[in-house]
Design a protein around this ligand. Structure first.
Ligand SMILES: [Zn+2]
Length: 506
């Protein structure tokens, strides 16, 4: 029998597939990747390597038509598998054959291929669909933001469901081709490099390519009327920025901030290592939201980030994510500190560079300005829970945790860790325990106590994030004279303005 399988694999396979999938060891892929915060997000049983997203969009009516082709590898014998998606699907093909499909839950698309997939085999999945994404609500909201002249897809963790079917979890990263047909006079902004445009019969196609692995929530799309600026950084990296023509009084402050992307990405490279992607930039659509998001290579900024004047701090935050979050991505959402603690800490370093308060002064200020009974201290940045994933405590206490780590290992080792980690784990995924192991290897120190104190304890640490033996330690230690109000660093208000980086969905 074994010999026959080897000699005549094709006939043996068809014989094998003739028996019912359930009896043959083929099983359904799980409806989630097993993330404790979002049990149904992502799916089991396969791994995506590439998304080819081909869309036609009509800004006047918000009608979206699409065909997404997914290249995947089965990681188990699969009789059925799921994608995450919210629009109406008209056809699914797997390896060229029409597949049956149904929907379940909020965003599950359950696909049964005509022929089961063997573990390790390649699958090409084609999904055709149509919808008006702004009208499709899941869990009570849509992440598809309408603008007066078009729309934007940006949200965390949910964003993909309204424009392409996916394995929607940061643990399954892939490369992307995103090609969108829009009426002439409109533009399309997306990730990576604009590989080409072509016009015919009143419609223009924009084709974008991100050639490095990208998490699904970091894929972005904007359609509208934009002023585009193109440049190259001093280090030779292409910069592509886009501003809605409709930003009103925020237009100049937006440009005075985002046009410094090239300078800031080069400055950050000094701390975080070589920039991991082949393009950089941001876009500012005319949306009413307040948040910004580190969408890969092309950062999304709400105009409200610039309502009080220029804000380079938010640009530094989102650019720092290109290393901490985009190149090195979360394996599970509970480890959000690996993204937000470090992006906020980059703002501390920028404040220091601008002479507006050192990282230590900012960390001291966070510690001193929240009394022990402030609910702020009940949120553990290392495991905040899904409801508090984007709480200010994750950012602020999370950045204090980074300063505490710096004080524990000393500047020389700290900056080696800060730069070495995204270099060693480039384009991959990671967890907090893996980061701790790396920091312990570089520093030669056990770091469990300091990380437990600042990341995993639901109360105010007894001692602030102070370097041992400094004078500051006496003035900020419990029992010292804390009736004296802490001195607010000059950069504080600007950093606070970036706190709506990820606002809760209504
Ligand atoms: Zn962030």
């Amino acid at each position: 029998m074994r010999k026959r399988l080897i000699v005549s694999a094709a006939s043996a396979l068809s014989l094998f597939l003739a028996v019912p999938a359930s009896a043959s060891g083929f099983q359904s892929g799980a409806a989630g990747v097993g993330d404790s915060y979002y049990p149904t997000y992502g799916n089991g049983g396969y791994d995506v390597s590439h998304y080819d997203i081909r869309l036609k969009y009509q800004p006047a009516t918000d009608e979206l038509e699409g065909t997404t082709t997914i290249l995947a590898t089965a990681t188990q014998d699969l009789s059925r598998f799921n994608l995450d998606f919210a629009l109406n699907v008209s056809e699914v093909r797997v390896n060229g054959r029409v597949a049956s499909f149904t929907t379940s839950g909020e965003q599950e698309l359950e696909i049964t291929p005509a022929r089961p997939l063997l573990k390790g085999s390649q699958a090409t999945v084609v999904v055709r669909y149509k919808g008006v994404p702004s009208t499709v609500k899941k869990y009570g909201f849509t992440a598809w933001l309408r603008t007066p002249d078009g729309a934007v897809a940006a949200g965390e963790p949910e964003s993909a469901w309204w424009w392409f079917p996916s394995n929607d979890h940061p643990s399954d990263k892939a490369t992307y081709d995103i090609s969108v047909l829009v009426p002439d006079g409109n533009q399309v902004i997306s990730n990576g490099v604009l590989a080409g445009t072509s016009s015919q019969a009143g419609w223009t196609r924009y084709s974008w390519r991100e050639n490095k692995p990208q998490a699904t929530y970091l894929a972005t799309l904007a359609v509208g009327k934009f002023d585009v600026t193109k440049d190259t950084t001093p280090s030779g990296l292409p910069v592509y920025n886009a501003y809605s023509k409709d930003l009103g009084d925020n237009a100049d402050a937006a440009r005075a901030s985002v046009e410094r992307t090239g300078e800031l990405v080069d400055w950050l490279s000094g701390y975080l290592g070589e920039y991991p992607f082949s393009s950089v930039g941001g876009y500012v659509p005319n949306v009413p939201t307040g948040f910004a998001l580190e969408t890969q290579t092309r950062i999304f900024y709400s105009p409200r980030q610039f309502a009080k004047g220029s804000n380079t701090s938010v640009v530094v935050h989102e650019l720092a994510h290109q290393w901490y979050g985009d190149s090195v991505s979360l394996s599970r959402w509970s480890d959000i500190w690996l993204n937000e603690g470090f992006a906020r800490y980059a703002q501390f370093l920028w404040s220091e560079h601008e002479d507006e308060g050192t990282a230590q002064e900012l960390a001291d200020y966070v510690y001193a300005s929240h009394p022990a009974d402030d609910p702020f201290w009940t949120i553990k940045p290392g495991d905040p829970g899904p409801d508090n994933q984007f709480s200010s405590a994750v950012y602020e206490r999370g950045a204090v945790a980074v300063q505490a780590l710096r004080n524990a290992v000393g500047d020389e080792k700290f900056f080696r860790i800060l730069k070495g980690w995204p270099t060693e784990r480039r384009y991959g995924n990671a967890t907090i325990p893996e980061f701790q192991a790396y920091a312990e290897k570089i520093s030669g120190q056990k770091l469990g106590d300091v990380l437990n104190t600042w990341l995993f304890t639901a109360s105010k640490p007894a001692v602030g994030p102070v370097p041992p033996g400094t004078a500051a330690s006496a003035s900020l230690a419990p029992g010292a004279d804390d009736s004296r109000p802490p001195v607010e660093p000059k950069s504080w208000k600007k950093i606070q303005e970036t706190n709506s980086l990820h606002e809760a969905h209504n």
